[in-house]
Design a protein. Structure first.
Length: 305
């Protein structure tokens, strides 16, 4: 629509802002109340800012074209609002209704303003429908992109949390793995392990796969890559948690782990790591108890001399 259409719509917003706010606010407040995240004052402020930007764009543009440079501030506002609502837990439909809730009250004001001029009413109705459909779809696109960013960030955080590197002893690290080991997770595992080796100067790293449900060729390759990377940093690796089923699978797949020390349990791997670092663990409590027993045999005040 030409400039006159934009100006007519801008005047419609300006002259009926209070009525539009009242009808729009009722629906938006109901949605926001269910979420409990957006207050009444914030909703009113968002509406006022949106209508102000929309009116300015309609007044300045030669054509009502949402993709035109004159609509940049409107797009920025909707992008910020959609991203915020994605983080607050709104649904895509509820976010798009921020725009669509204005259509019905706007059509009612339009009929009152145009009267019996059916041609103008039809043209302006089509312009409003097309424009608000574009606005609503834009909020949905931004919302989905924001949600995907949130999901990716959460997945990254979960990967980091699910791959802790624990220092068992001086010079000995343990990396317990739980769940599926894919390429993305292997990269996180490798980075965390290498960083911990640098920080502690560890000579032995135990990779425990007790919590890995299955080991296929791809998982075995990921493990070998991690072992190779640790060796380049000067740390030897022991793989623990080799259950009978996993051992059979590895043999059946023909995966070569001959140059890697493997143990059935983390405890057994820890014993090997202690031996390689020249350390040992003794039962101090049992030793003290035995010595105390020998002393009690030497003198018992309850026994006759």
């Amino acid at each position: 629509m030409e400039m006159v259409g934009g100006m007519r719509l801008a005047q419609l917003f300006t002259g009926n802002q209070e009525q539009l706010l009242a009808e729009w606010f009722a629906q938006q407040h109901a949605i926001a109340s269910r979420r409990g995240l957006v207050g009444e004052a914030e909703l009113r402020n968002q509406f006022t800012q949106f209508v102000s930007l929309l009116t300015a764009a309609l007044s300045s543009a030669e054509r009502v074209d949402f993709k035109a440079p004159a609509w940049q501030e409107v797009r920025s506002f909707l992008a910020d609002m959609s991203s915020q609502r994605a983080r607050q837990g709104f649904s895509p439909v509820e976010t798009a209704l921020f725009v669509f809730s204005l259509k019905q009250p706007l059509f009612a004001r339009l009929r009152d303003a145009v009267g019996n001029d059916s041609a103008t009413l039809a043209d302006l109705t089509w312009t409003i429908s097309t424009l608000f459909d574009e606005l609503g779809l834009y909020t949905t696109e931004v919302f989905q992109a924001s949600r995907e960013q949130v999901i990716v960030r959460q997945q990254q955080e979960l990967l980091e949390l699910s791959t802790p590197v624990v220092q068992l002893w001086d010079g000995i690290l343990a990396l317990p793995l739980i769940g599926t080991l894919d390429s993305a997770r292997t990269q996180v595992v490798m980075e965390n392990l290498l960083q911990k080796i640098v920080e502690t100067g560890a000579a032995i790293s135990i990779i425990d796969i007790t919590g890995v449900p299955t080991v296929d060729t791809l998982v075995a390759q990921h493990l070998l890559k991690t072992v190779a990377a640790a060796r380049l940093m000067g740390a030897d690796c022991i793989i623990s948690g080799i259950r009978p089923q996993i051992a059979q699978t590895i043999v059946h797949l023909g995966v070569n782990l001959s140059n890697v020390t493997t143990k059935a349990s983390l405890a057994a791997a820890f014993v090997v790591a202690l031996q390689r670092t020249g350390k040992s663990v003794t039962a101090a409590f049992a030793h003290d108890a035995s010595r105390a027993g020998r002393q009690s045999d030497a003198f018992d005040p309850l026994q006759p001399e």
